[in-house]
Ligand binder design. Structure first.
Ligand code: CP
Length: 299
């Protein structure tokens, strides 16, 4: 693998290979060691899960990890991001996990710096491919016949890089029924797969998997803001509302969770919740992603 930028650049075969590798790592707890290879985490937006799991994944594979502290880096002195990456590359770092609020920035870096390898760790509202892959792993572990499922995504579809990447995964995996539930001003502008509704009750009917999205205040312009009280009244995923879904429904959330805003606190902690399994699987899937870079080449 040269870069890991968005699901749309992967084939179904690529996805299945990453999935099988992550599941194998989980089952065997036997990991190849890539001593001498280095991952740099360049996170220009806040993160707990993605940053720490890339770090843990790299360490389990015997790599060294640099977490660049952007608050004290030479970015503050006017250095461009391209020059920062070139500088770190000259020190022998070959792999960069990049999170940025600007859509397409990891892609831009990959195009302008052909000698380094870029992993998109979430860019603006565009893509979060490693999250979509760990979500796929979590679903398949519980419900292996993914093509037979009804999967519902609830929330701010329009600004969600997670939903965007998930739709590409679900399309490639030919999920039987994908349903997007959002209030009208948060519905997707370009929906590449599935159906949509503004009715949570309709969306949850017979659902096998419910993925709840975070209300992302930081990405909303003034005219996109929503009345939070209305949102909670109409769209918060509660136990009562989940009774419309299948009895063995599972509930997921990419995190961080706003308890009692988009999802009721007791649902977060319920037996149906796979939220911590997603976090656990995130390390294993990111190991599979790093392994795909390193298996064929010393970086
Ligand atoms: N899901 C996710 O990207 O979480 P973090 O922002 O904590 O990395």
């Amino acid at each position: 693998m040269n870069h890991f930028l968005e699901i749309a650049q992967l084939s179904r075969g690529d996805i299945e290979q990453l999935l099988q590798q992550a599941l194998l790592f989980k089952k065997t707890q036997h990991y190849p060691q890539y001593h001498g290879s280095i991952l740099a985490n360049l996170f220009f937006e806040s993160s707990t899960r993605t940053r720490v799991s890339f770090e843990l994944a790299a360490k389990r594979l015997g790599m060294d990890v640099i977490n660049l502290d952007l608050a004290t880096s030479s970015q503050n002195k006017g250095e461009t991001l391209e020059d920062t990456v070139k500088t770190l590359s000259a020190m022998g770092i070959g792999l960069f996990a990049v999170r940025h609020r600007e859509n397409g920035l990891p892609d831009r870096l990959a195009k302008s710096l052909p000698d380094v390898h870029i992993i998109n760790a979430g860019d603006g509202t565009h893509a979060h491919p490693s999250q979509a892959m760990l979500d796929l792993m979590t679903i398949v572990e519980k419900k292996p016949r993914i093509a037979d499922l009804k999967i519902v995504i609830v929330g701010d579809i329009r600004h969600s890089r997670v939903a965007n990447s998930l739709l590409h995964v679900f399309k490639l995996m030919e999920v039987a029924h994908v349903m997007l539930v959002a209030p009208p001003n948060w519905s997707g502008e370009k929906q590449i797969y599935g159906d949509s509704t503004s009715s949570l009750a309709e969306g949850l009917e017979d659902a096998d998997v419910v993925i709840v999205l975070r209300v992302q205040h930081e990405r909303l312009s003034v005219d996109e803001q929503i009345d939070l009280f209305m949102y909670q009244q109409q769209y918060r995923v509660t136990q009562e509302r989940l009774s419309r879904a299948r009895p063995d429904v599972v509930v997921m959330h990419p995190g961080p969770v706003n308890r009692d805003i988009e999802i009721a606190s007791d649902v977060v902690d319920s037996v149906q919740s796979l939220i911590l399994t997603q976090v656990h699987n995130g390390v294993l899937m990111r190991m599979a992603i790093l392994d795909a870079f390193l298996r064929s080449e010393q970086l």
